[in-house]
Ligand binder design. Structure first.
Ligand code: KE4
Length: 432
């Protein structure tokens, strides 16, 4: 039993003296699940080992980048070899050209690409390009979608979807929120109404084409196509935030899976193979606005970093149809197993899944948007999480996150996860 984690607890106490909340990213603090965050010592394949020497089957996988599992031998070899030639030059390398060409080959809508160092940089820069190109300021986002922590995106709907947004964080100026409009996910009618209320003012619609940040919520049929039609009609740019879905569900991302071509795409996570890489790109006529080709300023000391480019080249080089077939099978096995375990324990559960990302919601109704996701029982999720962690399974420490599988997971690890879930859910169900 992994109930106690004495060394993690000591490190967490020490961390809180010097890192806000003891972490470098809020979700890692385990606040939503009432547990001591585990300090990780090492990881390999589908497992992580904490500083107390406990090993867990990992379903966070660094929040998505590790499609090929932790520390694949060939990736480590490639990055180590690259490091011998230097870690950063602040100058161009062939590596960034090669990776940009590979991204374009996989996602043809990305006629030109700019590398940055995080998903946040990618989305904030894509919005700046959209605003420059359209000479408009407003942006429509969707409740429950997360696009990183830049000011325009830390905004929720005002009193009504057609009213201007309100900041969700102190420090976000009202002015930044005032240009952000928010609509419910999967709700095309409301997007129509927002456009009607703000004619010729919307620079971009930005969306996670498969939502992952309210838990996994897939687009309903015709929703993405409808957004494409509306944006074209309104001369508004459609931005797909594929930081999670890019290379996750197919090698061409959600835009390939659903056959909808955005004007701009934002990438992160998998594109860096676990090292810090983000990217934005799209139509050449738009990307030619980016400095120094054009007047839209954006820059970054470590953009196109040779180690990160090496990791990204390896990660994207390993993509194949067989990989996605295998991940689809594993994802279905895990989702079905969790649902079966919940049914046996008489615990309400609704699972959304697309390929190798999924979320078990503790609710008895379909989860199609943020409002329905928020009806999930987060207390039950917390108890479920605690029980799974105690038995060596490491799910996301929040009901509103995606579970990630990798090629390092296999049937036996998934079956072990399901067996543990059966016991945990029986206890959760018994407590009511
Ligand atoms: P980063 O700045 O964290 O690299 O990317 C921001 C971002 C942008 N777009 C989407 C769709 C994202 O999911 C993210 C970041 N995802 C979270 C997980 N929900 C990262 C984990 C964290 O914040 O620690």
């Amino acid at each position: 039993m992994f109930r106690r984690a004495p060394k993690s607890a000591r490190w967490f106490a020490r961390a809180q003296e010097v890192l806000p909340g003891g972490v470098d990213s809020p979700v890692r603090a385990f606040n939503a699940v009432g547990e001591t965050p585990r300090f990780i010592a090492r990881a390999k394949g589908a497992t992580m080992t904490d500083v107390d020497g406990r090993t867990y089957i990992d379903y966070v996988m660094s929040w998505g980048p590790l499609l090929h599992g932790h520390a694949p031998r060939k990736l480590i070899k490639a990055v180590a070899a690259a490091a011998k030639h230097g870690t950063s030059f602040g100058a161009s390398t062939a590596l960034e050209v090669l990776l940009a060409e590979r991204v374009r080959a996989l996602m043809p809508s990305m006629e030109m690409v700019r590398f940055v160092s995080s998903g946040t940089e990618a989305t904030m820069s894509a919005l700046r390009v959209a605003r420059a190109a359209t000479k408009r300021e407003k942006v429509i986002k969707f409740a429950g979608c997360y696009h990183g922590h830049a000011d325009p995106f830390l905004v929720e709907a005002g009193s009504g979807a057609t009213t201007l947004g309100v900041p969700t964080s102190p420090g976000v100026p009202d002015g930044a929120a005032a240009t952000t409009l928010s609509a419910p996910y999967n709700d095309l009618e409301t997007v129509e109404r927002v456009f009607a209320a703000h004619p010729d003012e919307v620079a971009a619609v930005i969306i996670e084409p498969i939502a992952g940040n309210m838990g996994v919520v897939p687009p309903r049929p015709a929703f993405l196509e409808g957004l494409r039609t509306l944006c074209t009609r309104e001369n508004t740019l459609l931005i797909f935030d594929e930081v999670i879905s890019g290379f996750r569900v197919t090698s061409g991302g959600a835009q390939e899976l659903y056959g909808v071509r955005p004007d701009l795409t934002c990438l992160g996570k998998i594109i860096g193979g676990g090292l810090p890489v983000g990217a934005y790109g799209g139509r050449a006529d738009l990307m030619c606005l980016v400095a120094p080709a054009g007047p839209v300023y954006q820059a970054g000391t470590l953009s196109g970093n040779p180690l990160a480019m090496t990791a990204g080249l390896w990660a994207l080089g390993e993509l194949s149809p067989q990989l996605y077939t295998r991940l689809e099978r594993l994802g279905a096995r895990l989702a079905d197993g969790l649902l079966d375990a919940a049914a046996r324990a008489r615990v309400s559960m609704y699972v959304n899944r697309v390929g190798s990302i999924l979320t078990p919601f503790f609710t008895d109704t379909a989860v199609i948007d943020y409002a329905s996701a928020c009806r999930a029982d987060t207390g039950t999720y917390a108890r479920f999480f605690q029980g799974m962690l105690a038995k060596g399974i490491y799910p996301p420490p929040s009901q509103f996150e995606a579970w990630f599988l990798s090629t390092a997971h296999d049937e036996s690890l998934v079956d072990r996860t399901i067996k543990v879930a059966q016991g945990v859910l029986k206890r959760v169900g018994a407590k009511g």
